[in-house]
Design a binder for this molecule. Structure first.
Ligand code: ADP
Length: 301
């Protein structure tokens, strides 16, 4: 069984400022960092650190070489990562002294994904292989439909544009992972249980996982619901919490672990990510997650 993550890569330009820039203002930043980001890249790294062999597909520009290196350093196969003439997708992130942020995202090369590229990439995969996808590249609906038609198992996280995926054939995804805001966009319901009811009406054969930040997560399928609380940690930086959760959840379910165990492992990995700064650097390994789980069990959590 192979894993394909087909998704976005971004260069996150992080600028630290005393105060977020206001209309008409020019402000000198006290620091600048260019970091690897994008939902696809983060989730691929999480799935790989969770112990699965991952192939990544996506598009970057001539300025995106370091993102490719980061994926390769994480042990990910980049055979289906193409370079196009558009600039690499990027985010301009202002962070003020109080930790507030304001973000501009530019899709760039992430929007250069075409049906032909999807077809070529999928031809390398077989029925039963997993596709993990988000909604941060062009042709997402084509990707979901083509992979499902081929008999691939699809895990779909509609972030960061759930509204854009509302009309997609979501029932073709075997696993749907979403947070509260995304669930509301997809279902039209704001109350978690009703959200899950509506989405199960629409996708009766799918497994749904709703994440609720520090309130934990819920697994739901046609026959049951399971609830997992978040592990208590001192939150330093919640960036990539959801991406870490998604990667570890899929890795565990694909290994045949029970839904309850998969939720617990994913929550532990996400808690570790939350307790550390940064996006990809904060994603733990499978061993770190195991050790954290053992420690939590010993302390009775
Ligand atoms: P997203 O980042 O996609 O919005 P959430 O905020 O729901 O996703 O977080 C995903 C998962 O990460 C949660 O279900 C929980 O297990 C874990 N998590 C998030 N925030 C915290 C926190 N403050 N403390 C511990 N775990 C957290």
């Amino acid at each position: 069984m192979k894993f394909l993550v087909f998704g976005s890569l971004n260069i996150d330009h992080v600028y630290r400022l005393k105060q977020l820039v206001r209309e008409g203002e020019t402000v000198e930043a006290s620091s600048h960092e260019a970091l690897a980001g994008g939902k696809g890249l983060n989730q691929a790294v999480a799935l790989s650190r969770a112990g699965q062999r991952v192939c990544f597909a996506g598009a970057l520009g001539p300025d995106g070489d370091f993102l490719k290196r980061q994926l390769e350093e994480a042990g990910i196969d980049t055979k289906h990562l193409i370079t196009v003439s558009d600039p690499t997708g990027h985010a301009v992130i202002q962070v003020d002294d109080a930790g507030r942020n304001s973000i501009i995202v530019f899709g760039g090369a992430n929007h250069a994904v075409t049906p032909a590229m999807i077809e070529k990439t999928l031809s390398d995969f077989d029925p039963g292989d997993w596709l993990l996808m988000q909604n941060e590249i062009s042709e997402g609906c084509t990707l979901l439909e083509s992979a499902a038609k081929k008999g691939m198992r699809v895990a779909f996280n509609p972030s960061p544009d759930p509204a854009g995926a509302r009309a997609w054939p979501l029932e073709r995804a075997e696993l749907l992972i979403f947070n509260e805001l995304e669930g509301e966009e997809l279902s039209g319901e704001s109350e978690p249980e009703k959200m899950l009811d509506r989405l199960l009406d629409r996708c009766p054969k799918s497994r749904l996982v709703l994440t609720l930040g520090e309130k934990g997560s819920v697994f739901a399928d046609a026959s049951r619901r399971l609830y997992q609380s978040a592990f208590p940690v001192r939150a330093v930086d919640t960036t990539a919490a959801g991406d870490t959760f998604t990667g570890f959840l899929l890795a565990a379910l694909a290994k045949g672990e029970s839904a309850a165990k998969a939720l617990r492992t994913a929550s532990a990995a996400a808690a570790l990510a939350v307790s550390r700064p940064g996006a990809t650097p904060s994603i733990p390994t499978a061993d770190e997650t195991e050790a954290f789980l053992k420690q939590s069990e010993q302390s009775g959590q």
